[in-house]
Ligand binder design. Structure first.
Ligand SMILES: [Zn+2]
Length: 365
């Protein structure tokens, strides 16, 4: 298995830690050592979204989340779970579901980090489907004792537009019968491949001429919606979009569809006893959450819309004792909350304020 090297500007301060999940899947995990060599900082495990990777948190061209966490006194740990584009699994025919991420990748990464940090606090910042999978791990009680969790874009209550829902449920099935996956990189497609129709479709009405940008920003892999506010990206980030976001596996769609239909995170594998540790419905088990929770979203998220605002309302109503907050970042979409050139100014302060609060509250580990 080849893990694509992390693109970063931290020199030899990046420590790669071998991690193979107990089902035999090799993953990626690294720790970014603080410049001052301190070894007593709270650790923050950062989780990317589907088809992205830890690269979205180390962009050298902007002040990125890792920079901000280091400057704020934290020790960042970056996990590449099996949906990462630094790993080969999205390209292949060996299938996984989000159950595998919730059952193996996240709890086993948390366990490994804990072995290294001892009794220091551990917090988590999770994006998109990384956050959805984390919610299932938490509902299963597989990651107890986290000192705080930040979930960006979506968490326990996914909600999409009607257009995206329709395309996911009907068009997605049609695509799934014809394609194993949809690449983000137009160079991998070629003019006359079976994928070229999708690139033609996502170019309709697009202001930007870059096909790799169109498939993310103008039509989200052909299922509708938009993944970022175009003007928020640095030019260098814009030119690297196909490096930052990889191939979408079509075989993941049935699980995503079951989650979307239920408007909550659902276990997919019912017939395989290995997954019995996961609850069927994560929301019904959220009462056991003891971790303070910050739900974050751009006000202009045109993929998950107001999913996280809804999540706060649902959790507060169902579990009034739960420490759950919601922060909306004006003018931001989805991915730009992390890869936007001004995210350090507009977004990361909310994350650090929350982590600082959790840290000083001293939630026992
Ligand atoms: Zn563009």
């Amino acid at each position: 298995m080849t893990l694509r090297p992390l693109h970063h500007a931290y020199g030899d301060r990046v420590e790669d830690i071998p991690l193979t999940a107990s089902d035999g899947t090799e993953l990626g995990l690294c720790r970014i050592a603080p410049e001052d060599g301190s070894a007593d900082r709270p650790a923050v495990l950062v989780l990317h979204g589907l088809t992205a990777s830890a690269d979205m948190f180390t962009l050298p061209e902007t002040r990125n989340l890792t920079d901000v966490l280091l400057d704020a006194g934290y020790e960042p740990w970056l996990l590449d779970w099996r949906g990462s584009c630094r790993l080969p699994y999205n390209e292949g025919r060996v299938r996984y579901t989000f159950d595998d991420v919730a059952l193996y990748d996240i709890p086993e990464a948390v366990s490994l980090v804990r072995k290294r940090i001892g009794n220091r606090q551990l917090l988590v910042v999770a994006h998109c489907i990384g956050a959805m999978c984390l919610s299932l791990s938490m509902a299963a009680g597989l990651v107890p004792g986290l000192a705080g969790v930040v979930a960006q874009g979506v968490f326990l209550t996914p909600k999409m537009s009607w257009k995206t829902r329709a395309r996911l449920h009907f068009g997605g099935e049609l695509l799934r019968s014809r394609l194993v996956n949809i690449p983000t990189d137009f160079k991998k497609v070629g003019m006359w491949s079976k994928h070229s129709l999708i690139f033609a479709e996502v170019s309709l009405g697009a202001e930007c001429k870059d096909p790799n940008c169109q498939i993310l920003q103008n039509d989200s892999w052909g299922v509708g919606g938009s993944l970022f506010v175009h003007d928020h990206l640095d030019d260098a980030t814009h030119d690297r979009l196909a490096y930052l976001y990889g191939t979408v596996p079509m075989w993941i769609l049935p699980h995503l569809r079951s989650i979307e239909l239920a408007h909550t995170v659902m276990r997919y594998n019912d017939a395989d006893g290995r997954y019995d540790a996961l609850p069927k419905n994560a929301l019904d088990n959220a009462g056991k959450f003891e971790t303070p929770l910050l739900l974050l979203s751009g006000s202009d998220n045109r993929f998950w819309y107001d999913s996280n605002q809804l999540c706060r309302e649902v959790l507060s109503r169902r579990y009034p004792e739960m420490d759950v907050r919601y922060v909306e970042v004006p003018g931001y979409g989805h991915l730009d909350t992390f890869i936007g050139r001004n995210a350090a100014l507009d977004v990361f302060g909310h994350i650090v304020d929350f982590l600082d609060e959790c840290r000083s509250a001293g939630t026992p580990v």
